[in-house]
Design a protein around this ligand. Structure first.
Ligand code: FAD
Length: 388
């Protein structure tokens, strides 16, 4: 694989370089051989998650005392990019589990929740998901209608969540609900729900065009009884968990977009140096070179934006990261679409077939400007800031 657009190895610590090599080896040996089948059959690789657990990658941002590796978002972004070069499906399931659930709970839950749930989540024995989106509340997530009502030593949850990555297979569900609907965003609370709690059920598993193999679907809470000790933090105070979680999720989602683009670039580059037309390899033609250059430049710029945000997040610059994560998410989401589209085109008719798998990267890239807040929402956030 060409190293031309590979991380800016400059600036990576020794530990980060080892991490990157370790994840790349695992991705190429354990994930790449099954990526095509996962996509074709839409099957979830639970054993791959256990493998990631054995490498200590699931709880990468969780402190060691709870079974994690005690690293930061920089490290998690490296893991995600390396996984996404090979399989966006594994990456999405990893990111939902490791970033949306473990990283979020690590920042907002108390010791009892961490002691109870983190060990199994860090090994991959239990799978996690985070549920915010509802059929009627996507971009406007704060308008969620799922409710939680206190009843003695429990809360009773009612509502439906949709498009939840890992939802159909999750053992531990982190869910947002309104405990005080009339307070709007100030009435949101967070709960940890186990799949066996009465009143919880999995609805439809939803088939999608990309990220196939990462299960995704509907979750139903019908008078679901959740013990009061599974309330995360304080009642009515979790809009900050929603917002801070979204900023960190956007960094990780952006790194996934960079990885998808890098994977497609590698396929296209290999093809154009081998394929001959008009008696020369395609890479000899300047119009082909131009595409390759534009792709490499796009990937490099995306990676720099991700790295900048991740460093800021690890430095605790939370206020600044909100805006920077939107820039990164906006750029990398659209960049992944551009790069995978150009890459597919460079393979001509073969690109349009399933033989070289570049069409899988093209389908996977399509989700990148949608999930974790669409491009329009990132533009709204940035415009608001610019006009402040
Ligand atoms: C692969 C994938 C994985 C996901 N995983 C999860 C998960 O694990 N957990 C979870 O909770 N959710 C998840 N989601 C849901 C995701 O967060 C939502 O799909 C996303 O926030 C958009 O919401 P929506 O689909 O309801 O679209 P809508 O909000 O209905 O938007 C539809 C269109 O209208 C545009 N639009 C909306 N409002 C405005 C506006 N004010 N100005 C201009 N345009 C606007 C949008 O940009 C979009 O193009 C996932 C989605 C995908 C695709």
């Amino acid at each position: 694989m060409c190293e031309m657009t590979d991380p800016v190895v400059v600036g990576l610590t020794e530990d980060e370089k080892i991490l990157k090599e370790t994840v790349r080896r695992f991705a190429e040996q354990e994930i790449a051989p099954r990526a095509r089948e996962m996509d074709a059959k839409d099957v979830f690789p639970r054993e791959v998650m256990s493998g990631l657990g054995k490498l200590g990658l699931l709880g990468i941002t969780v402190p060691e005392e709870y079974g994690g590796a005690g690293a930061g978002i920089r490290a998690q972004a490296i893991v995600v990019e390396e996984l996404a070069r090979v399989s966006a499906a594994v990456t999405s399931s990893y990111a939902a589990h490791s970033n949306l659930v473990l990283d979020n709970l690590n920042r907002h839950a108390g010791p009892s929740i961490k002691e109870k749930y983190f060990p199994a989540l860090c090994t991959g024995e239990a799978i996690g998901c985070l549920a915010i989106t509802e059929p009627g509340a996507g971009s406007d997530a704060i308008s969620m209608r799922c409710t939680a009502r206190r009843d003695g030593d429990a809360y009773i949850l009612n509502g439906t969540k949709i498009f939840i990555t890992n939802g159909p297979v999750a053992d531990v569900i982190v869910v947002y609900a309104k405990t005080e609907p009339k307070l709007g965003s100030k009435g949101i609370s967070t709960f940890v729900v186990e799949k066996d709690f009465p009143g919880f059920s999995v609805g439809r598993k939803i088939a999608k065009m990309g990220h196939r193999g990462s299960p995704f679907g509907e979750l139903i809470f019908q008078d679901c009884r959740v013990p009061a000790e599974n309330l995360v933090g304080e009642e009515n105070s979790m809009v900050r968990m929603v917002l801070q979680g979204l900023h960190r999720e956007r960094i990780i989602w952006s790194s996934e977009a960079v990885g998808i683009a890098q994977g497609a670039y590698a396929i296209a580059r290999k093809y154009v140096v081998e394929r001959e037309q008009f008696g020369r390899v395609l890479a000899d033609f300047q119009m082909v070179q131009e595409k390759l250059v534009d792709m490499a430049l796009d990937i490099n710029l995306g990676r720099l934006l991700v790295r900048r945000c991740a460093v800021m997040a690890d430095m605790g610059m939370n206020a600044e990261v909100a805006l920077e994560a939107s820039y990164a998410k906006l750029f990398t989401g659209e960049m992944a679409e551009r790069v995978t589209s150009k890459g597919l085109h460079m393979l001509g008719g073969y690109g349009y077939t399933q033989e070289f798998q570049i069409e899988r990267y093209f389908r996977d890239a399509k989700a990148m400007p949608i999930g974790a807040g669409t491009s329009e929402i990132q533009r709204l956030i940035i415009a608001r800031k610019l006009l402040e």
